[in-house]
Design a protein around this ligand. Structure first.
Ligand SMILES: Nc1nc2c(ncn2[C@@H]2O[C@H](COP(=O)(O)OP(=O)(O)OP(=O)(O)O)[C@@H](O)[C@H]2O)c(=O)[nH]1
Ligand SMILES: Nc1nc2c(ncn2[C@@H]2O[C@H](COP(=O)(O)OP(=O)(O)OP(=O)(O)O)[C@@H](O)[C@H]2O)c(=O)[nH]1
Ligand SMILES: [Ca+2]
Ligand SMILES: [Ca+2]
Length: 662
């Protein structure tokens, strides 16, 4: 409900009973002689029989046709018009004067047409949620046929017609409710009275609701699923008779109604079909019980314009500048359930058909996904289908990069609660200072980290991303132009699970490295050079020179293509020297052909994200004495390994060449 206050302007010829209607309604008694024009009366929400969707206030405004200026003034601020007549003359005036007059004022608001002084009819109250055999159908239908129908056909602004009596209080509450309903539950977005069909947006929304309610995905709403839907929308259960009535009605329509002949609306033993669900809602609209349809739509957060409420899709979340957003256990649980529900063939992957079904109740794949080549941004199985591990990684990444996409899709997928419950905001980064330098403090509440992989063209960045997703190495080289992304989960010692996002920036590398805000979202920079290309390291040196602020972040140096012959880097400083100078680890030698070297790297990147102090340049170890000791042993150990390694390498070469020389 968007409106807090609804203004109902009551008009009609002199003496039709306008003022009497207001008095009778509000005082519940008929006072034969009253003043000409009553002052506006405000009726609070509690007055209504079904307060859920009624406005906070409804103001009833009495008018008189003797003062057209005042009347027009009121009409222009009206939300709905209660147009009253009571006899032949005032009836003729409805189409000859009143309705054309509203049009001439340019009003585009609903009109409730009311025939007053119908004193001979007893008060019957029919108000049921489910379509039921209408108890007032048998009451004098002459007025409807002769008076209401022609005028309803001619003036589409007439929402409903009703007979009342101010004297006997017949249907006064109903008339008042209809005025409110015209605003709170408008028929026009749902139903096209001209063609007698539900409107396309309504059909789309209802189809989506059907999909979400069909829990076992068999394309039928069985009794259980209907009960679930009823409970959810009306917070009450449906009784067996009502349910049987609906079923019989649908069976009857598919047997006798020419339009639906041979179309399955309800299949005994299985349930209501999607067509059946639509037909049912069409019947609600036709019988003036479209509140039922609105109640269903609103439960699924549809607004009057039949789109899902933006505040539900994108709830406001307070995210401090240096915090990140991750999925909560509840969010992961929901996404696991969705995956399992749609993995219909149970093979641990979602194939195209299954993905298509899953995204049927959404506007399609998120933009972020299509622009990052989903599903190849994450783990797929040997058939190219996203696995559960990949699915969760993909959502972890989406939440990290743009949580608003996650909340929206959770709602599309049918997440019942406030979508914020599926998220958690991490603590803002704390900063520490050592040796006069600010650096990021240890992290203990995050499990998703973001790493930019930087390096000279052809140094092996894409191969690294591919290997991270468990894909086999390819000799082929195709330069990366558009940024690329890869996300996967990994486990550190002790069994803790993390998600790591690796981004290769392509032609945007400079632009992104320049942008300090972008770097706030970056946990680690992975600086890669090709150890077999002598010109490769100098690229990194010049980047670090150019973007000095990179040195405020954790850095991990990587020497790629370790399976090829190592070359001396043509550069004023060698990789190990630079690392020493910056107080960070020496480059890790990896090869995309050697899986174990890669695993070590990914763990190292994650550890660098968890403990930025150890990996940020310019921070010598705090305890100097211990440090030296450690370094000496490390060096000795290192050189031994180096010597042995060198020996074995030469020996092997000799051995090999001698073998070949034979
Ligand atoms: N029998 C009968 N008489 C009614 C009913 N409603 C109003 N009247 C009578 O009709 C006359 C006009 O009623 P009002 O309520 O003053 O009508 P109004 O439309 O406000 O008239 P103006 O203010 O003059 O435009 C009064 O004598 C009422 O008693 C009704 O439902 N049944
Ligand atoms: N021998 C060997 N070749 C590798 C290795 N890693 C990558 N390559 C090859 O190096 C070439 C470039 O690899 P990519 O991963 O595309 O390099 P890149 O850094 O992404 O290149 P750009 O996107 O142009 O910046 C390809 O032919 C790969 O097959 C490796 O570890 N060993
Ligand atoms: Ca079902
Ligand atoms: Ca690349």
């Amino acid at each position: 409900m968007t409106k807090e206050t609804i203004r109902v302007v009551i008009c009609g010829d002199e003496g039709v009973g306008k003022s009497s209607l207001i008095v009778s309604l509000t005082k519940a008694e008929f006072i034969p002689t009253i003043q000409d024009v009553l002052p506006p009366i405000s009726i609070p929400r509690d007055f209504s029989s079904s307060p859920t969707y009624s406005p906070k206030n409804t103001v009833l405004i009495d008018t008189s046709d003797s003062d057209l200026i005042a009347l027009d003034h009121e009409l222009k601020s009206a939300d709905v018009i209660w147009l009253v007549y009571c006899d032949h003359e005032s009836y003729d005036h409805v189409s000859l004067f009143w309705l054309p007059h509203f049009r001439s004022l340019g009003l585009n608001i609903p009109v409730i047409l009311c025939k007053n002084k119908c004193d001979s009819i007893s008060n019957v109250n029919a108000n049921a949620m489910v379509v039921s055999e209408n108890s007032d159908d048998d009451i004098d239908t002459k007025v409807e046929d002769e008076e209401f129908i022609p005028i309803l056909m001619e003036f589409k602004e007439i929402d409903t017609c009703i007979k009342t009596s101010a004297k006997t209080q017949f249907d006064l509450n109903q008339a008042f409710y209809l005025c409110q309903r015209a605003i709170t539950h408008p028929i026009s977005p749902l139903f096209d009275a001209m063609v007698g069909e539900l409107k396309p947006l309504a059909v789309m929304a209802l189809k989506r609701i059907f999909l979400l309610s069909d829990l076992n995905q068999d394309s039928y709403l069985d009794d259980n699923e209907i009960l679930g839907l009823q409970k959810k929308c009306f917070n009450k259960s449906i009784d067996v008779n009502e349910l049987n009535f609906i079923k019989d009605l649908l069976l009857d329509i598919s047997k006798h109604d020419q339009e639906y002949i041979n179309r399955k609306l309800y299949v005994p033993g299985k349930g209501i079909t999607k067509d059946g669900f639509l037909v049912l809602n069409k019947i609600y609209a036709e019988r003036g019980r479209h509140e039922t349809t609105w109640a269903i739509l609103r439960t699924f957060h549809y607004t009057d314009s039949l789109c899902i409420n933006d505040k539900i899709l994108h709830p406001r979340l307070v995210v401090p500048d240096t915090s990140s957003v991750e999925l909560s256990p509840k969010g992961y649980r929901f996404l696991v359930d969705i995956f399992l529900k749609f993995d219909i063939d149970n093979d641990g992957g979602l194939n195209n058909q299954e993905l298509h079904r899953l995204f049927k109740c959404t506007p399609g794949l998120p933009k972020l996904w299509t622009s990052t080549n989903f599903p190849f941004s994450t783990v797929v199985n040997n058939k190219g289908c996203i696995t559960l591990q990949g699915w969760l990684a993909q959502w972890s990444m989406t939440t990290f990069l743009n949580y608003s996409t996650t909340t929206a899709y959770l709602v599309y997928f049918g997440f019942q609660e406030d979508a914020r419950l599926a998220l958690q905001v991490t603590k803002p980064r704390k900063m520490r200072r050592r040796s006069g330098k600010l650096y990021r403090s240890n992290i203990n509440d995050r499990k998703v980290f973001n790493c930019f992989v930087i390096g000279k063209p052809c140094c092996g960045k894409s191969s690294l991303l591919e290997a991270f997703l468990g894909r086999s190495f390819s000799e082929e080289y195709s330069p990366t132009i558009k940024p690329r992304i890869a996300v996967n989960s990994l486990e550190l010692k002790g069994g803790k699970q993390y998600y790591l996002i690796l981004q290769e920036l392509g032609e945007q590398e400079y632009a992104i490295l320049e942008n300090k805000d972008k770097l706030k979202e970056c946990d680690v920079i992975c600086l890669t050079y090709d150890s077999s290309d002598p010109e490769s390291f100098s690229y990194l040196v010049s980047l670090l020179d150019k973007f000095t602020h990179l040195q405020d972040l954790p850095l991990v140096f990587v020497a790629s293509k370790a399976d090829l012959d190592k070359q001396q880097q043509r550069c004023q400083i060698q990789p190990d020297e630079l690392a020493d100078e910056l107080f960070v680890n020496h480059p890790l030698h990896i090869s995309s052909r050697w899986l174990s070297s890669l695993n070590e790297l990914f763990i190292k990147i994650t550890e660098a994200a968890l403990d930025p102090g150890k990996n940020t340049p310019g921070l010598p170890e705090e305890t100097a004495a211990k440090d030296v000791d450690y370094r000496q042993t490390a060096l000795i150990f290192g050189s031994t390994v180096g010597f042995v390694a060198l020996c074995s390498f030469t020996l092997m070469k000799l051995f090999k060449s001698s073998k070949f020389s034979k």
